[in-house]
Design a protein around this ligand. Structure first.
Ligand code: KQY
Length: 363
């Protein structure tokens, strides 16, 4: 593995879209007891279901601590690879490399700086040094060269690309004080253009209400094909999410992508607000003498946080009336893929969902 100090753009590499073919998917086994209630027992079952669903159409590698290795190996099928690696939590989307490739199919990773979504300003856990080393370790075992981009703080969940020159982010996240406050919006955009090799960046104003990542784009909006997105939507004007989704809708309606296409927006309904219950809070350890969740706290639930596998869409289900509607919409948008809905409350409690716990490796 070579560490590179050039950019993907100058080397002729770009980030493919998630709906393009994959050679595999990376996940990290859940463990920390202040993120995952009751020692992560339920979270592990949910992660295992996600891994098995993805593994039907691509190779899944699950990274796991020494302490959890035997449990993970027992709970996962033999065709899922289980590999020991230290981590601070389980957000493969954010800490695994962002992969780019060139026209000959050569793969490289990008090692962004990671500070648990905000560092000492508003980061979500401390320390994060093990997570910050994962991208490079993964490139090492994959024998993939890696761009050193550690001076720029970015999580994989805060970017989406269409594979044809357009990236999508939220202003709330990318301009947050805990990431790259020394850079202007133009400088951040330039960095994305150089490292993802895109020509246009779409800046949605908002993500999902109370999303503790400072509103990652992967919870609110996703490309389903070039020029087409799904946007998390509510018709309830009294919900704070209404104004946020509307602002995103209005922004996208006026924009074009890098190829000059107007963007087709599909409104994907949100579930009714999902809040922490007393018993769930009791199952979480305190961190730094404080509870990590409060009873009644609204969680950032959204169906947009799905993973696009080679032959399936793995979508979160919440036991809400909107589950079925979301599943039908996704079936219409991805007619060649099976839509697999997985009960995801136990992932949501950790602060993310199926997209956040997965990272695709392009073919
Ligand atoms: O990508 C994500 N959604 C990361 C969330 C971290 C939450 C920590 N409790």
């Amino acid at each position: 593995m070579e560490i590179l100090y050039t950019t993907a753009q100058e080397d002729g590499f770009h980030m493919p879209a998630e709906f393009e073919p994959h050679r595999g998917c990376l996940m990290i086994w859940p463990e920390r007891p202040d993120s995952w209630q009751y020692g992560a027992v339920a979270a592990r079952k949910a992660f295992a279901r996600v891994a098995e669903a993805i593994a039907k159409s691509e190779k899944v590698t699950v990274l796991v601590s020494f302490e959890q290795y035997d449990t993970a190996r027992r709970m996962l099928s033999s065709h899922i690879r289980v590999l020991e690696m230290s981590s601070d939590d389980s957000w493969a989307r954010d800490v695994a490399p962002t992969f780019v490739k060139n026209e000959s199919g050569v793969l490289r990773g990008i090692d962004w700086g990671f500070n648990a979504c905000g560092g000492l300003v508003d980061g979500l856990y401390f320390p994060w040094d093990k997570d910050n080393k994962m991208a490079r370790k993964i490139c090492d075992f994959m024998d993939t060269d890696v761009y050193d981009c550690r001076d720029f703080i970015l999580e994989g969940g805060s970017i989406h690309v269409d594979g044809e020159g357009t990236a999508m982010v939220t202003e709330r996240c990318l301009l947050s004080a805990g990431r790259n406050p020394q850079l202007t919006k133009d400088e951040i955009e330039e960095k994305l253009k150089q490292m993802l090799n895109v020509q246009k960046v779409l800046w949605l104003p908002y993500g999902i209400y109370q999303d503790e990542t400072n509103e990652h784009v992967d919870n609110v909006c996703a490309f389903v094909k070039p020029g087409e997105v799904v946007l998390a939507w509510t018709e309830d004007e009294n919900d704070p999410q209404y104004a946020m989704s509307l602002a995103d809708y209005e922004y996208l309606s006026k924009e074009t992508d890098a190829c000059g296409r107007k963007i087709v927006i599909h409104k994907l309904p949100l579930p009714k607000p999902i809040c922490m219950e007393e018993e769930e809070c009791e199952g979480l350890l305190y961190w730094d003498d404080k509870p990590t969740r409060e009873e009644g706290e609204r969680l950032a639930a959204s169906y947009v946080n799905f993973y696009i596998a080679n032959k399936a869409i793995i979508m979160p289900a919440f036991g809400d009336a909107a589950d079925e509607k979301a599943q039908k919409m996704l079936a219409g948008l991805f007619p060649e893929r099976e839509i697999i809905a997985i009960p995801a409350r136990d992932i949501l409690i950790g602060g993310g969902n199926i997209h956040c716990i997965t990272q695709q490796i392009p073919l």
